[in-house]
Write a protein that binds this ligand. Structure first.
Ligand SMILES: Nc1ncnc2c1ncn2[C@@H]1O[C@H](COP(=O)(O)OP(=O)(O)OP(=O)(O)O)[C@@H](O)[C@H]1O
Length: 326
């Protein structure tokens, strides 16, 4: 997708918000847009998403696109499931596929208990999960996220981080705005700033240091890292990933591998023709971006299956795969 000399102003003779913007958004790219309040970030995202037209210039080659707006129109007369199914249909999915996808995304965001609830009765957080799920449903070629993490709980933010990484790994393009500078830091391969109607590159994307704390045990499993003088503290997440058959955890992996082994398919005797090995890693929230980045940029990359918040009392025992290896 390409923007050539794109400009936008509101109203005839109004001031230019954007002017002369040239931009390419290649498949498989992740682009962060920055800028001060009112600089024109949302204006740019609306142009990219195709819900607003440029006042000057041209936009060509837009793939099927989904958009999470800054404000979600929660007063629509649908249940959560009905709305997502409806949106899936609009994105071109057959009804049964749309309904199944809608249910799966509700579950992934931990909102399946609200499937039948009218949108107008949802809490802000659940409403935002629906706003995000509608965009992810049809696996769009371009995903445009305007502060989409705002209002989500921690686990749901992790689910969205993962969904973004999956989209990019699958060759989709993602463009996002978020007030948290750490959001997807080290994963975004391009940072651009809207300033004085222009779009300018912001140095190289920041890549945080990878602080590996992988601690192998005799049985091949690894326990969560233990802080000096006591147990690990602070919120943690559990990342479940699937790698190529025979792959081991990438070097310098942040966090602790608590489960590692062949897939059920392989254990059933399918050998290396099976899907791949499973890996479960627990990590502090601050290092979760680094963990996802390490897994997704490994060669070959790992497929992220799930990211979930860890309950304080919930520490995984070494799993079947790890025990089998012992
Ligand atoms: N529909 C509209 N009609 C008139 N002016 C608009 C409209 N939408 C945005 N603007 C103006 O365009 C400018 C850029 O707004 P925009 O919302 O794109 O900025 P932003 O960088 O996303 O801001 P924020 O960080 O506060 O969300 C602002 O001056 C805003 O008032």
């Amino acid at each position: 997708m390409r923007l050539r000399g794109v400009g936008r102003r509101y109203g005839l003779g109004g001031p230019w918000v954007l002017r002369g913007v040239d931009l390419e958004v290649p498949p498989g790219s992740l682009t962060r847009i920055q800028g001060r309040n009112g600089s024109g970030k949302s204006t740019l995202l609306r142009l990219l998403a195709g819900i607003d037209a440029p006042s000057a210039g041209r936009i060509t080659g837009r793939p099927p696109t989904a958009y999470v707006p800054e404000r979600f129109p929660a007063e629509l007369p649908f249940s959560a499931l009905g709305y997502l199914t409806h949106l899936g249909r609009i994105h071109g999915l057959p009804r049964a596929v749309a309904a199944r996808g809608a249910g799966e995304w509700l579950e992934r965001f931990g909102a399946d208990g609200y499937a039948g609830t009218p949108l107008a009765e949802l809490s802000k957080g659940t409403s935002q999960k629906i706003a995000v799920a509608q965009a992810l449903l049809a696996a769009p070629g371009l995903l445009v996220l305007d502060e989409a993490w705002t209002g989500l709980d921690q686990a749901a933010r992790g689910v969205l981080d993962t969904a973004v990484a999956e989209r990019v790994a699958d060759g989709g393009a993602v463009v996002f705005v978020d007030h948290d500078p750490r959001r997807l830091a080290g994963v975004a391969d391009r940072v651009l700033r809207v300033t004085e109607t222009r779009l300018e590159p912001v140095g190289d994307a920041v890549r945080p240091p990878v602080d590996g704390t992988v601690r192998p045990r005799a049985d091949g499993a690894v326990r969560p890292p233990v802080a000096q003088g006591g147990p690990a503290v602070g919120p943690r997440v559990r990342v479940e990933a699937e790698g190529a058959p025979g792959a081991g955890p990438p070097g310098g992996l942040p966090g602790a591998v608590v489960r590692e082994g062949g897939s059920a398919h392989q254990r059933a005797g399918a050998g290396s023709a099976g899907r791949g090995v499973r890996l479960t890693v627990e990590v502090g929230v601050a290092d979760s971006d680094g963990l996802l980045r390490t897994l997704l940029t490994a060669d070959p990359p790992w497929h992220i299956r799930a990211v979930t918040a860890i309950d304080d009392n919930d520490t995984q025992e070494p799993a079947q795969g790890a025990k089998e290896k012992a």
